[in-house]
Design a protein around this ligand. Structure first.
Ligand code: ATP
Ligand code: MG
Length: 637
């Protein structure tokens, strides 16, 4: 079937389409109603059906592939490498499930998981799913204040954590951060379960804290049956990356999510049972939920879970080829990473890409932020496999725009994540009038018309009103979901994301996406990284301001070289996009401020440029980078 036909069926006859996809998973009771939109924009998928995510990820594979690898955990931080078969994973998950039960966890209870990338983190997520408990994974190593606000919001019965995480060989003790967070929060969990990796000492609070090892050992032979969940029961909540402000608690169902993941593994990722999937993300992000833990396992694949930098080997010596070494060793067929990680690898010797046998690899998927053409070309030429950009959000749970090579081989275009995925009615609307823009290459807001497909967020946790008001009421007179991204669709139906709606700048009445300007600048041979923001200007309304990390660090200390490069960059933008888009200034810095997930914090840069308070910075990776920007701006930086 052609993809166009596949897509058309998903939109015109969603019930028939998704009833068919629902057969990709196991149901205890099959659904009686596929789609219910009576409370739009809220959607119920697969009502009447009962299932369990852990059953679909683990138990159902025991008969056919019990002895095959299910979870491969590699840590270049501790120099460890372990593999668990589906049978072993089944046993480990039940041990943790029994331990959680002993601490009082049952269906509907929240369990907050604050853990590093160790196999026990995946066991715990799956154990929660098994019991019908709602997990809320918080990125390991987040500061106490960010963790406290999430504890407050999720009101967990139990928190599961570990003594420490590690990054680039530096141990980050989690327990003191957790203790402080619980102290700050008005909600107090009944119990804390702690996995001890022997990296940092832990002070245990009597009556509240429990070491995991003795509990898990006590339940060595535990058999904990799966709790059958209604398809519409909550599976988990997760917070967005916090790039544009205070993170939102995204709530997801059970049945719709399982079906969406199973379908995406087949149609988009083209991953097959018995193969190995390697996502370099973290369980603290949505990619980690969908494509480290649940998606690959539901598809019967082994999932490779990785703790460490992309530039360090198992012997803890520098090794820019570690990921490719792992692809060769585990015969990875599908890999998933982010442009930010590829930009790190780009600074390594390109010969490392040719050193290993990567013939098992079919494709590399990249998501999370715009994929610029130079980065895409570099990795695509280096690996010799298709690079598949895919655009989605924590809110959607799986790709919104990409190509579905599992349905029909479709060409990718540089700079575009692709076309709408089945189930998604994607449109471009005029930002102020809300009118649909149907002509090619007209810029507007990317929106999704309901009903949203399976896997999409159900609501904001405990705040239906915020869900409707934040996402569905931005266009006057229309009930549509706003992605808050700005984009265009070309004559072939491919979409291009031009930046966030709050990153659109207005220069003398002309609307420009910061992404377009960044794309033009990053094409310059001497530019490693770039951020462009709009800054208030008395004359023009706004002007573009560029912050560039030069490839050659010497530019930073050499005023003359900087001035010359600034001129070259300005000319390049003016030549490619017109004089209006030319940045008012190009500042050179050593690093750009990013979230812990590697996304540019343009909003914070803009605030600093305009002398405002940068706001909520709980998710920032390196506050020093923002400080550098402040310094460059001070008198003739
Ligand atoms: P917050 O919503 O709290 O501000 P966030 O939007 O960064 O944080 P995520 O849900 O992790 O949180 O990120 C989704 C966003 O990332 C998208 O809305 C889009 O702006 C960007 N994005 C993701 N994938 C791509 C892609 N392939 N191309 C361009 N942008 C992308
Ligand atoms: Mg967002």
């Amino acid at each position: 079937m052609s993809y166009a036909e596949f897509y058309r069926r998903s939109i015109e006859t969603p019930e028939a389409f998704w009833a068919e996809q629902a057969e990709l998973i196991d149901w205890k009771t099959p659904p009686s109603q596929i789609l219910d939109t009576t409370r739009a924009p809220f959607v119920n998928w697969f009502a009447g059906g009962t299932t369990n995510l852990c059953h679909n990820a683990v138990d159902r594979h025991l008969a056919a592939r019990g002895d095959q690898p299910a979870l491969i955990a590699v840590s270049t931080e501790t120099g460890t490498e372990r593999s668990y078969s589906f049978k072993e994973l089944h046993a480990e998950v039940q041990r943790v499930a029994a331990s959680l039960m002993e601490l009082g966890v049952g269906k509907g209870d929240r369990v907050l998981i604050y853990m590093p990338m160790i196999p026990e983190a995946a066991f715990t997520m799956l154990a929660c799913a098994r019991l019908g408990a709602i997990h809320c994974v918080v990125f390991g190593g987040f500061a106490s204040a960010s963790l406290a606000s999430r504890i407050e919001d999720a009101t967990p019965k139990v928190v599961v954590s570990a003594d420490a995480g590690s990054r680039g060989g530096k141990v980050i003790a989690y327990k003191p951060l957790l203790d402080e967070a619980i102290r700050l929060s008005t909600h107090k969990p009944d119990a804390v379960l702690l996995f001890d990796r022997g990296l940092a000492p832990m002070d245990l609070s009597k009556g509240r804290d429990h070491l995991a090892a003795p509990l898990v050992e006590k339940h060595r032979d535990a058999q904990v049956p799966c709790t059958w969940m209604d398809a519409t029961d909550i599976s988990y909540t997760i917070y967005t990356s916090g790039t544009t402000g205070r993170p939102k608690g995204v709530q997801r169902d059970t049945g719709g999510y399982a079906v969406a993941l199973a379908a995406s593994m087949k149609h988009i990722f083209d991953g097959r049972a018995g193969e190995t999937y390697f996502s370099t993300s973290d369980i603290g992000w949505v990619v980690g939920h969908s494509y480290i833990v649940y998606g690959p396992l539901i598809a019967g694949m082994a999932t490779l879970m990785y703790e460490g930098l992309p530039t360090q080997g198992l012997d803890r010596q520098p090794d820019g080829g570690i990921w490719w070494r792992l692809v060769e060793k585990y015969k990875v067929t599908v890999m998933f990473s982010a442009p930010t990680a590829v930009r790190v690898l780009k600074k390594q010797d390109p010969a490392l890409l040719k050193k290993y046998d990567l013939s098992s690899l079919r494709a590399l998927f990249l998501a999370g932020e715009p994929l610029d053409e130079p980065t895409a070309r570099w990795i695509s030429e280096g690996l010799g496999v298709p690079i598949i950009d895919n655009y989605w959000q924590t809110e959607s749970g799986w790709p919104i725009l990409t190509v579905a090579n599992g349905v029909e081989t479709t060409r990718s275009k540089f700079g575009s994540p692709g076309v709408p995925m089945y189930g998604y009615k994607v449109k471009i609307l005029h930002e102020s009038t809300g009118e649909e823009l149907t002509a090619p290459n007209e810029k507007g807001v990317v929106v999704i018309e309901g009903p949203t497909p399976p896997g999409f967020m159900q609501t904001v946790w405990r705040d239906d009103e915020r869900f409707v008001n934040t996402y569905w009421k931005t266009v006057p007179g229309k009930l549509v979901y706003s992605t808050f991204d700005w984009g265009i669709r070309d004559e072939d139906g491919y979409y291009y994301i031009l930046g966030r709606t709050d990153d659109v700048i207005n220069v003398a009445g002309h609307r420009l996406g910061t992404r377009e300007i960044e794309e033009s600048i990053s094409g310059h041979a001497k530019v490693a990284e770039v951020a462009v923001v709009g800054v208030a200007d008395a004359l023009k309304g706004q002007v573009a301001m560029a912050f560039v990390v030069p490839k050659d660090g010497a530019v930073l200390g050499d005023a003359q070289a900087a001035l010359a490069l600034e001129g070259e960059v300005m000319k390049q933008v003016a030549d490619q996009l017109g004089a209006l888009a030319r940045p008012a200034r190009v500042h050179f810095v050593g690093a750009l401020p990013k979230t812990r997930s590697g996304k540019l914090l343009r909003r914070a840069i803009q605030a600093v440029c305009e002398g405002r308070d940068p706001g909520d910075l709980t998710t920032i990776e390196d506050p020093g980078a923002l400080q550098q920007i402040r310094q460059t701006l001070s008198p003739r930086g």
